[in-house]
Design a protein around this ligand. Structure first.
Ligand code: ATP
Ligand code: MG
Length: 392
């Protein structure tokens, strides 16, 4: 008997001719995720099934934790894989499986057998009935319920026989790398890590850019963003994080433009710089954690003003979420505790008391002409001095 995991995936099963691409990506992503776990694992694909087959000792919880971060997986079924040694041996293996998998065996159940190999000498119905009686005999506190069983005992007869009954939840979504790339504007807040996670969930490979403003923002604030990038990359895979020194641009805008427009103008430059790095990475869009009305810079008019400088699509996955809904996701994916650490943010350092909430693009553009003398140079400087951190 070998212990293994059967991987269930849903959406990628319906991709027609491209299905193998999705399955191969999922297999590869599972392999990468398991590289961080102690032990050796074979990950194989066999007629619409993906198996994780450990070939050494391993820690069950660690494997499940790694798999539960791989987008594309809907369910993780711990299983026993046994050889075909006749029906009586199979019944023994099933009983063993149940003994090992449950602390108390007092549930209602149904046996669900499938024959992928039609030369097995019994029909599925026969196997169900015969295994059912064996289970009832071995565990007198169980009973059969064919309509609404508490436990479904699955027995799949292939070259080997798979026995499983439990499904641990996967994160769902699509395998990362099957849906292009995007550049996340990652701040130290709650929203942008969630926005990055949501986009990666749909199969998009995510890189990130962070703007800091030393000495107004600290090394700790930067480390917090690096930590957030690591947390997101547990799901999204390796990530390039560009850290851009935004101080000069920010000060220059502060000197030359009306203070109530500062945030909008700053955000327009952030988008432009982010777009530059998106192009470097071959990304198809930008991602932000903006949500309508959350702050002055996120009214419809402000979003329009920020968006106006971009030539590639800007995706805002949390645009219509309430803060609490975003918080709930950040708690679920494990970024919340880091996001709420109280380090300063470059946007808040120079923020005006009464920022415009309905910026007029023409007025903003006119203010930006005050920057003509040095902004191009500063833009180049910011790009050229950006630090690239490879998050693995
Ligand atoms: P978050 O919780 O993601 O920080 P927020 O509610 O603080 O968002 P803003 O500060 O207005 O909102 O920022 C809106 C979006 O702009 C962020 O979600 C993020 O995508 C991007 N952004 C803001 N500040 C930075 C920064 N310093 N570096 C990179 N991106 C940023
Ligand atoms: Mg923020």
């Amino acid at each position: 008997m070998k212990k293994a995991f059967l991987i269930k995936y849903a959406e990628i099963g319906i991709k027609g001719k491209n299905r193998f691409l999705f399955e191969d990506a999922l297999v590869n992503n599972i392999k990468s995720a398991l590289e961080k776990v102690e032990g050796e694992f074979d990950v194989t694909k066999e007629s619409g099934r993906i198996y994780v087959l450990p070939s050494t000792d391993y820690d069950f919880d660690e494997v499940v934790d790694a798999l539960s971060h791989v987008f594309g997986i809907v369910g993780i079924c711990p299983m026993h894989q046994v050889e075909d040694e006749g029906f009586d041996a199979l019944a023994d293996r099933v009983i063993e499986y149940i003994k090992e998998s449950y602390d108390e065996v007092n549930f209602t159940f149904k046996v669900h057998s499938r024959r992928a190999r039609k030369n097995y000498p019994m029909e599925s119905m026969e196997i169900n009935a015969a295994l059912g009686s064996k289970i009832l005999e071995a565990f007198p506190e169980t009973s059969v319920d064919v309509h609404n069983p508490q436990e479904m005992i699955n027995v799949e007869i292939r070259n080997s026989i798979n026995i499983y009954s439990k499904t641990l939840p996967g994160p769902g979504g699509m395998p990362v790398g099957t849906a292009g790339k995007a550049m996340l504007l990652l701040s130290g807040g709650i929203d942008s890590p969630v926005a990055g996670w949501m986009t990666a969930k749909r199969g998009v490979k995510v890189d990130a850019v962070y703007f800091h403003a030393p000495p107004y923002t600290s090394e700790r604030a930067k480390q917090k963003v690096v930590d957030l990038a690591k947390l997101v990359s547990k799901y999204s895979g390796p990530m390039n994080l560009y850290v851009v020194n935004f101080t000069d641009i920010q000060m220059y805008i502060y000197d030359k433009c009306p203070h109530d427009e500062l945030t909008i103008i700053m955000r327009r430059y952030m988008m432009k710089i982010a777009e530059h790095f998106a192009k470097v990475e071959g990304s198809h869009g930008l991602i932000t954690g903006e949500s309508i009305g959350q702050v002055a810079s996120q009214t419809m008019q402000s979003l329009a003003a920020t968006n106006e400088v971009c030539t590639i699509p800007v995706f805002r996955p949390v645009i219509a979420f309430d803060k609490q809904e975003i918080v709930d996701i950040s708690l679920k994916i494990g970024t919340y505790e880091t996001s709420i650490l109280p380090y300063e943010d470059c946007c808040t350092t120079f923020v005006a008391k009464h920022p415009v909430t309905k910026p007029n693009i023409n007025i903003i553009k006119r203010s930006e002409t005050n920057l003509a003398e040095k902004i191009d140079e500063m833009f180049e400087e910011a790009i050229n001095t950006a630090e690239l951190i490879e998050i693995k």
